[in-house]
Write a protein that binds this ligand. Structure first.
Ligand SMILES: Cc1cc2nc3c(=O)[nH]c(=O)nc-3n(C[C@H](O)[C@H](O)[C@H](O)COP(=O)(O)OP(=O)(O)OC[C@H]3O[C@@H](n4cnc5c(N)ncnc54)[C@H](O)[C@@H]3O)c2cc1C
Ligand SMILES: NC(=O)c1ccc[n+]([C@@H]2O[C@H](COP(=O)([O-])OP(=O)(O)OC[C@H]3O[C@@H](n4cnc5c(N)ncnc54)[C@H](O)[C@@H]3O)[C@@H](O)[C@H]2O)c1
Length: 468
């Protein structure tokens, strides 16, 4: 075993870990970054980037189909080949991270492909891909950014079938004729719509009462309506009881008595945090935990003792902090933690205005609290809602113009604490609402400004007028 001393070890290079390692190395620290798979993490290779390329393609298909009622005959002979090519070549360079590794090395970091584990306070053990074990003592500390992997629900027989996860779904070169998507969260919904628009017969099995449950129920209802209209079968409040695979077909038994038969099954039923093989027990933390407690500088806390760091100089960022499993949260935390690592001043992390967008069509953007969360927090809540179709822009847009704006006000303070924007550009409209929630802009100010006509965002004015 080789023993070395460095300033900082970053275990896991998701988007935040990669950025933090780069920043620390550029600032002159001796940095080691270790990833057991690809530098950059889930987002560029199996998550955001490839799936948004797929979404872009399926939106193009939908727009061609809508053109018929707007501009005359248009037909499209869909092909998955260009989608696969873009994902394979442009997005992931064949799932090869050489460019990212070189970028990190150019910044001055040492990069290992291997597994990093804590080995007691201030110590990290790295087992490289070729079996070498290096023991690092860290002068500044360690940053944990291990991310998550797909969770597999404990359904009888499922583990023995060749089910897909998001990792398989983004690598497809050909599409199946039929697909069951298990899970109606963002991954399940984005991919269900993509594949359906390319001609796959899709059924979504969601064990909760609605799709995309992290969003307002009105948004979920609208999405279910659009899915049904597009030919996607949406089953909510159903439990998958058994799964089997034989002769090239999956059979899924539901608690309703129905048996679904499909060519493929995509499991998109949540994520398992990569905390179980990180050596957390060597510093007194529970390796079976689902999240790591962090303070507003991302220092890992002893969950049992309020305000006590588990050890000096251990940070965690990204999905495992439980503050929102999004790339922008990982990146935001990365910047806050980097300042702390470097001993620089700057704003602490706040999460009152975390935005999120599910890139279905319509896009579902949300920021801050839902109405229910605001009520549960004991706020005096007023809400306002307007349908996009009732706005001039929604009306002129015609097909594909479904959407809504919902705003949630803390009436005692007269500020928005949450908002939802659903529509063709829901994620972009959300930007306006994110500023309002983040900066706590008074509702009176929002009500008395000028909204360009006829934009989608002008519907925000109507939602504000509806507050009661
Ligand atoms: C299909 C899909 C679509 C998504 N779309 C979006 C989107 O549109 N927008 C958005 O904001 N978010 C999206 N996300 C979520 C986003 O990918 C994650 O929030 C983001 O990657 C941040 O994760 P992270 O920084 O926690 O780490 P991850 O990206 O999960 O990376 C963690 C890294 O740590 C490595 N690692 C783990 N344990 C060890 C260890 N012991 N030693 C060494 N290395 C280790 C892993 O190999 C991995 O490379 C999507 C996710 C999926 C799955
Ligand atoms: N556009 C985006 O920002 C985006 C896109 C995709 C993923 N993500 C991130 O990745 C995370 C993981 O996404 P996800 O969709 O896998 O997880 P999720 O936890 O958000 O949703 C999974 C869904 O599966 C359902 N489910 C769980 N077990 C089930 C079972 N046995 N049968 C049927 N349904 C079951 C749950 O009710 C839940 O609604 C998300 O929380 C999100 O933060 C973000």
């Amino acid at each position: 075993m080789t023993a070395l001393e460095v300033d900082l070890v970053v275990i896991g290079t998701g988007p935040g870990g990669e950025a933090l390692a780069t920043g620390a190395a550029k600032a002159g620290l001796k940095v080691v970054a270790v990833d057991k798979h690809l530098v950059g993490g889930e987002c560029p290779y199996y998550g955001c980037i490839p799936t948004k390329m797929m979404v872009r393609a399926s939106d193009a298909v939908a727009e061609v189909r809508r053109a018929a009622s707007l501009a005359g005959n248009a037909t499209i002979a869909t092909s998955w080949a260009p989608v696969h090519r873009r994902v394979d070549e442009d997005a992931t360079t064949h799932w090869d991270d050489t460019i990212a590794v070189d970028r990190l090395k150019d910044a001055g970091a040492t990069v290992h492909h291997g597994v990093g584990r804590l080995a007691g306070p201030g110590r990290v053990e790295v087992t490289t891909a070729d079996g070498e074990v290096i023991s690092y003592t860290t002068r500044r500390g360690t940053v944990l950014n291990p991310g998550t992997r797909p969770a597999v629900p404990p359904v009888e027989g499922l583990a023995d079938t060749p089910y897909w996860t998001n990792r398989d779904a983004v690598q497809l070169s050909e599409l199946p004729a039929s697909l069951v998507v298990v899970g109606g969260g963002p991954i399940g919904c984005e991919l269900a719509q993509v594949f359906a628009r390319f001609g796959v017969r899709v059924t979504v099995v969601q064990h909760g009462p609605r799709l995309v449950p992290a969003n307002e129920p009105e948004a979920a209802a609208l999405l279910a309506e659009v899915f049904t209209h597009e030919g996607i079968r949406v089953l909510t409040d159903v439990e998958l009881q058994r799964a089997s695979y034989a002769d090239g077909a999956f059979t899924l038994a539901l608690d309703t008595g129905e048996e679904l038969v499909a060519d493929k099954v995509l499991v998109a039923a949540g994520r398992t945090p990569n905390l179980d093989d990180l050596g957390l027990d060597t510093i007194g933390l529970d390796p079976t935990a689902r999240t790591l407690h962090v303070d507003d500088r991302l220092r890992v806390q002893d969950g049992a003792v309020q305000g006590r760091a588990v050890q000096d100089r251990l940070w965690a960022i990204g999905d495992v902090t439980g503050k929102g499993a999004f790339t922008h949260v990982s990146m935001y935390q990365s910047a806050v933690a980097l300042r702390d690592v470097l001993g620089e001043d700057g704003p602490a992390a706040r999460y009152h205005a975390v935005p999120h967008v599910t890139f279905t069509d319509p896009e579902i953007g949300g920021v801050g609290m839902s109405e229910q969360q605001a009520r549960d927090a004991g706020l005096t809540v007023r809400t306002g809602l307007t349908k996009l179709e009732q706005s001039s822009r929604g009306f002129t847009h015609g097909p594909g113009g479904h959407g809504m704006i919902k705003v949630v006000e803390d009436a005692d303070r007269g500020v928005l604490v949450g908002a939802t924007a659903v529509g063709p550009a829901g994620g972009e409209i959300l930007g306006f609402l994110a500023v309002a929630v983040h900066a706590e802009v008074p509702v009176d100010t929002l009500r008395t400004m000028i909204y360009a006509y006829p934009t989608f965002h002008r519907a925000i004015e109507s939602a504000l007028a509806d507050l009661f």
